[in-house]
Structure formats: C-alpha cells, structure tokens
Design a protein around this ligand. Sequence first.
Ligand code: SAM
Length: 253
Amino acid sequence: MIKARRRFGQNFLTEKATILRIIESLAISSQDSVIEIGPGKGALTEKLVESRCNLSLIEIDRDLVGSLKKKYQGISIVNEDVLKVDFSALFGGEPKRIIGNLPYNISTPLLFKLSSINESIIDMHVMLQKEVAERIVSGSSRKEYGRLSVSMQLLWEVTNLFDVAPTAFSPQPKVNSSFICLKPKKKINFDRELMNQLLTSAFSARRKTLKNALRNYFNESELRSIEINPGARPENLIPDDFVRCVNFLKEKI
Ligand code: SAM
C-alpha cells in the first residue's frame, strides 16, 4: 500500500459520486486528446481510460508511476514535475484537453504556465483549493479580485462548476475544494508581457489609487483619456479596462 506524500499534495479522490460528477462534466469522447496532471492512484484515470480517449499522464511520484504503468499499459506516462514539462513538445501540435485534481501548492504557477500556451488548449478542468477558485472567477471590486482574477479572465472563460468537501478525499485536506473549467478566449488583443508588468504594479499596491499605483506608467490626464478614473483603485477595474491601459502604453512606447 502506497502512503500519501504530503509534499506532493496527495489527497486522493475516493468519493464515487464526486468522481462520477467530474467525469460527467468532462463529457470526454474517444476523439479527444487528454492530458491528466497528477493521476495519483488513478481515481479519474480509470474513467478516462474507459472513454478510450488519447490519454497522456504527468505524475511526479515515481512509486505511483510504477503502479500506473502496470495498470495502464500502453498509456503514455511522463514521470516529471509538471512545472518543468515542455508542453509544446508534449502537445506535438495537437490541441489538448487538460484535466487535473491539482496539488494545491503548485496550482497557481501551473495555471500561469498553461496560460502562456492557452491557444493550444481546448479546455482545462481542474480541482483547486476553493479559495483560489474564488479568486479566479471573482468579479471586480470584491476582496477576492486581484492579479490572478484579471490574468485568468483575460485569457480564459472561467466557470466554477461545483464545490467539493474534504470528505471526498483521502487523506482529507484541511480546506474545501472547487472544480472549475477554463476555456481559452479566441481573441487576445494585448501584449502579454506588458500586461503582466502592469498587473503586478497595480495589485502590489491595491490600496492605492490608480494615479499613484500606476504613476510610473500614466499621468492623470492619460488615464482619463482612456476612460479610467484616476481616483479609483486597481480592484475597481474590469479586465477590459486593463486591456485599454496596456494598448495605450504599447502605442506610447
Ligand atoms: N488525481 C488523483 C486523484 O484525484 O485522486 C490524485 C490527486 S492529488 C491531489 C495530486 C497528484 O499530483 C498526486 O498524485 C501527486 O503525486 C501529483 N503531483 C504533485 N506535484 C506534482 C508535480 N509537480 N508534477 C506532477 N504531478 C504532481
């Protein structure tokens, strides 16, 4: 029997109803190419294999990879840290669906990594700590709204599908979870690098007004010219407001 490793965020799904609800919401067809991140003991993998989709697995834990290989012969398994995986090589030019009950400690860096290649992704269904999911889907002017919300909503249509209680896992995590879906937006009409810089500046000073938080980028009249209230706070701007800011800056540079 393999012991759960806390350092790999191993909380295995055991509740059948939750596993089925996840699988139903994926509606996988045999035509789909799917990457499962962190298959663990295979709670979701088993159902994915049954759907006869083209499946690849990425799992960091060598012991789990050993038993997955025995169980699912013929399925491609990458034994690596997903944060180090070269996804463009793994995708081989074919758009993929991504699914994962993610270890909580790597979920945010992983979402940023996958966001940088979101044009090659059909959709992502991921289990996250509820608090992180709430930040991702939050509307403006709420306490959960910040850099993560804007970065994700600019690139993805985000939907919170359902919450999952700790009792669905073994061992039980200390926090609640949510299962969310992200679908890439078709039109990305801004410079991503500049957007990252601007969002970092804006939200590292979230209590400041915009004229102060973004003083290195804009003066007050410039902000007004793009219909941004210089006295508002970063959390009051919707994602499209940030797009106007970045496009204005791009022309100015
Ligand atoms: N999918 C399984 C389930 O639902 O029961 C396991 C989910 S468990 C929350 C997270 C899984 O991700 C574990 O199997 C863990 O070993 C794996 N994992 C943790 N960190 C990883 C990383 N950096 N790269 C790839 N897999 C990782």
